[in-house]
Design a protein around this ligand. Structure first.
Ligand code: SF4
Length: 342
């Protein structure tokens, strides 16, 4: 229950503990652990999140952290924290027995998940079947652009989709993320004056790193005003939603952003939402592409012909795109063309 503190049984344990939110100031240890959950989510570092050995502290710190997020009342922080907790729970889930995974699927009212022996060529493996509606409800949110999640790539029989255990856990991660986001953004108990200091501390700490997060929100505004090539805008939108990008897509996006003067910190932060994110590794790779490592080569994004060959080019009919050979020249060409059109 300490691992999945949103479940009813965890709430029951809390009510048995008779924790009164108004007295939280006295329960310093709980507030400290709640704060640690949040600070770890700010830097998206699981190693900084150290579960408390006392089960009552661990469970209770979860609703307190939600309360603090609600108090800070910042949409990007809410999403970040929900994603962090959901990803952490995904990591736990992949090591659990079926019983636990199924209990969580039941909590989200999934119709049915059954285990069966699947044969793939000469190989027999234990796979799972789940209702296609539950599959689509979750795969269609942030996983839709990853072809591995397309329904056509999964055997489907009588409304049941065949999936691996890891895929079930990944889909549950989506459920948990949405659930936690809604909880933190919904109606919460009034913040006791006694933990207002912690809310203020987290707010101040978040504002320190927020420029890296909001740097991309600013980019989005430019992108929406068509300052950036359609392919790059599309990759950016996908990465923000935590969707999988191929190696070439990551390379194109990172090198383009670096050429636009976006900082390495901001780029690393942008990738934090991906399921395979490793902070140190991502930083190393971005620094390498920026010419700060190895051969010191500053890499350029692939040209349009290469991006077209790999299906990354999405807007051939764009009048500016028809005149360029590299995404880097998009904004230079676009302005004169726009002026002509006016
Ligand atoms: S033509 Fe070039 S800049 Fe335009 S969408 Fe395609 S790859 Fe991107």
């Amino acid at each position: 229950m300490a691992k999945y503190p949103f479940l009813p049984r965890a709430k029951q344990i809390m009510s048995e503990l008779d924790v009164n939110l108004a007295d939280l100031g006295a329960l310093k240890e709980i507030v400290e652990r709640a704060k640690q959950r949040l600070t770890a989510s700010l830097i998206f570092e699981f190693r900084a999140d150290k579960p408390n050995k006392k089960i009552d502290v661990e469970i209770t710190s979860f609703p307190v952290a939600t309360l603090i997020v609600g108090g800070v009342n910042d949409d990007t922080l809410t999403k970040r924290y929900a994603l962090f907790e959901a990803k952490k729970m995904y990591n736990y889930l992949t090591t659990e027995k079926d019983k636990v995974v199924l209990e969580i699927a039941q909590f989200f009212k999934w119709k049915r998940v059954t285990k069966f022996e699947a044969t793939h060529g000469e190989l027999t493996v234990l796979n799972y079947k789940m209702h296609f509606v539950d599959y689509l409800n979750n795969a269609a949110s942030s996983l839709v652009y990853d072809s591995r999640w397309k329904l056509v790539n999964h055997p489907l029989h009588e409304g049941q989709v065949e999936v691996t255990l890891r895929e079930v856990c990944r889909l549950l991660q989506e459920e948990i993320r949405k659930y936690l986001e809604n909880r933190a953004a919904g109606k919460l108990p009034q913040i006791p004056p006694i933990i207002q200091d912690t809310v203020d501390e987290i707010k101040a700490e978040y504002h320190k790193i927020k420029p890296h997060v909001t740097e991309f929100d600013k980019m989005r505004v430019f992108a929406e005003e068509s300052e950036y090539p359609p392919c790059i805008q599309h990759l950016y939108d996908r990465v923000v939603k935590g969707q999988h990008l191929s190696h070439l897509e990551r390379f194109a996006l990172v090198t383009y952003l670096l050429h636009q003067g976006i900082s390495i910190d901001a780029i690393v932060t942008l990738f934090a939402g991906l399921s395979d994110f490793r902070q140190a590794q991502t930083r190393y790779q971005v620094e390498h592409l920026a010419g700060q490592r190895g051969s010191k080569t500053v890499y350029r994004p692939p040209n349009c012909a290469t991006l077209r060959t790999h299906g990354v080019c999405i807007k051939l009919e764009d009048p500016t795109c028809r005149t360029i050979k590299s995404p880097l020249t998009y904004h230079l060409r676009k302005k004169p063309l726009d002026k002509k059109g006016q």
